[in-house]
Design a protein around this ligand. Structure first.
Ligand code: KIV
Length: 496
């Protein structure tokens, strides 16, 4: 006896492909859709084809009656759906939310009402709903689908609990980006398997859930998404590991160029960076191109010697890593002299070979991408990167290539939020941002900016001044001058 598989809203796409697959598996097929395509396909597959809408109770009833009249039973019901309203979640009207509910939720409820008594009598049946991966990690570009279908997940659980005793199973398939919908190429980057899924990969899971072999599966939300969803918890908690240390919270990093500042930061931030920003910050240079290896060695040692708890990272200065042999020679000098844990180099595509070479020689490299200050003699010319798609794609590619080349972390400077978010999600490495939004795995700032040590009137937007040390210390200096002039300093307490 042929089993009967019924498909609702399945004139095209995943539903239609599943119908073809189950036909090949030996089922008799009945398809309903509003476009007329389901009717055509049903007839082509030598079964029932019916034109009607699954949001119309009468159409649904008529369709199920037709199936029972012809075949007398229903073994499998596959509920597909159309597409609901999209847009800003606060701009979607009440009517549109109600419509979404009709499309993504009541389609299943209504069909389940009709098919359950039939399956109950048979003491067997499998209901499969084509849902979306976005119930776990909602997608801004199709909000009503993710939001309403997470309700469907709850419904499925309760339904399967309730009707398991009658041999009825209900499961949801959660497809990711599947070729039936022509997803944008940029989605591929977000998929761990790095490709769009094929409709037949969804159909084969539907086939399993329909069959006896899938007979022990019920109440589940089964993801066929190339790994795009983790779980909500894992998504929030990207595994941030650096040099074997696991970070449960975002990484904090500040610069220090001296022993005294290192002592202030040690143990309070995760990483202390001896940045070549010392050129402009400490030495008053107009850019970082004048910083030498010798300067980095001396400041680096002063800091690392006083960082007992925090990790340390040091910059390779301008022109010290022009080629592989220079890079290795100078990196070794810097590390041997200072003992810093990580070295940071500013890279572009041409410098990936340096990252690879140093990494192969067991040097822990942090790849600094986005705005790379060593490339600028005039900081006024710096502009935020990643606004244009090509720029964004290139940065994502660069980060992934740096990861493949062996880098231990990526530092992102002055790039758009969207770019930082994408890089952070595609790379397994920790991303540490400066002017790169909150979507990084960590944040770095120049300590002098944080305390407003320099009276620099053009402070970048990404800086947050936690105290105004400039103002406080100026007041102290004026008081000192006043006390000296008035003979109040030194006083008795300051005198031997
Ligand atoms: O040199 C430096 O301080 C830096 C930070 C700005 C990230 O590279």
């Amino acid at each position: 006896m042929n089993k009967i598989a019924v498909f609702v809203a399945a004139g095209s796409g995943m539903g239609a492909d599943a119908a073809k697959k189950l036909f090949k598996d030996g089922y008799k097929i009945a398809i309903m859709s509003s476009s007329g395509k389901g009717e055509k396909l049903g007839k082509k597959l030598k079964g029932i084809g019916f034109t009607g809408s699954n949001t119309n109770k009468k159409d649904l009833k008529k369709f199920f009656e037709l199936v029972i009249k012809k075949y007398g039973r229903i073994d499998v019901l596959v509920n597909s759906a159309g597409h609901g309203p999209k847009g800003d979640i606060l701009k979607i009207s009440d009517e549109e939310w109600h419509k979404s509910m009709e499309i993504y939720f009541l389609n299943v409820v209504r069909a389940a009402r009709l098919v359950t008594p039939i399956m109950k009598k048979q003491k067997k049946g499998s209901i499969i709903n084509i849902s979306t991966y976005a119930i776990f990690e909602p997608e801004k570009s199709f909000p009503t689908s993710g939001i309403i279908r997470s309700g469907l997940a709850a419904f499925t659980k309760i339904y399967s609990d309730e009707y398991a005793k009658f041999g009825i199973r209900m499961n949801n398939i959660l497809p990711g980006f599947i070729n039936s919908l022509d997803p944008k190429k940029e989605f591929i980057k977000r998929v761990p398997l790095k490709r769009i899924g094929k409709v037949n990969e969804v159909s084969s899971v539907i086939s399993l859930l329909a069959s006896e072999d899938g007979g022990y599966i019920t109440g589940q939300n089964i993801r066929v998404d190339g790994g795009i969803t983790r779980s909500v918890w894992e998504m929030i908690k990207k595994n941030i590991t650096l040099l074997g240390k696991k970070f449960n919270l975002p990484i904090s990093c500040l610069t220090a160029y001296s022993a005294s500042v290192a002592k202030i930061l040690d143990g309070y931030v995760d990483i202390i960076l001896i940045g070549d920003s010392l050129g402009s910050t400490l030495y008053g240079m107009s850019n970082t191109q004048g910083v030498t290896l010798e300067m980095m060695k001396l400041h680096g040692k002063a800091v690392v010697d006083n960082a007992k708890k925090s990790m340390t990272m040091i910059d390779m200065p301008y022109k010290t890593y022009k080629n592989k042999s220079d890079a290795l020679k100078n990196a070794k000098k810097l590390i041997q002299y200072t003992n810093a844990n990580l070295i940071k180099i500013e890279i572009n595509v041409k410098k990936l070979n340096i990252v690879e070479h140093l990494s192969k020689k067991n040097i822990n490299v942090v790849a600094h991408i986005g705005v790379t200050p060593q490339s600028y003699s005039d900081f006024k010319k710096i502009k935020i990167l990643g606004r244009i798609e090509k720029e964004r794609n290139n940065l994502v590619k660069l980060a992934l290539n740096a990861e493949n080349a062996g880098a231990k972390a990526i530092l992102l400077e002055c790039i758009t939020e969207k770019t930082a978010k994408e890089i952070t999600s595609v790379t397994k490495l920790p991303t540490i941002g400066i002017g790169a939004s909150k979507h990084c795995d960590g944040q770095v700032l120049v300590f002098d900016d944080l305390i407003n040590l320099n009276s620099n009137n053009k402070t970048p937007k990404f800086v947050k001044k936690y105290i105004d040390f400039n103002k406080i210390s100026r007041r102290a200096v004026r008081n000192f001058d006043h006390d000296v002039k008035k003979g109040k300093f030194p006083n008795r307490k300051n005198t031997y």
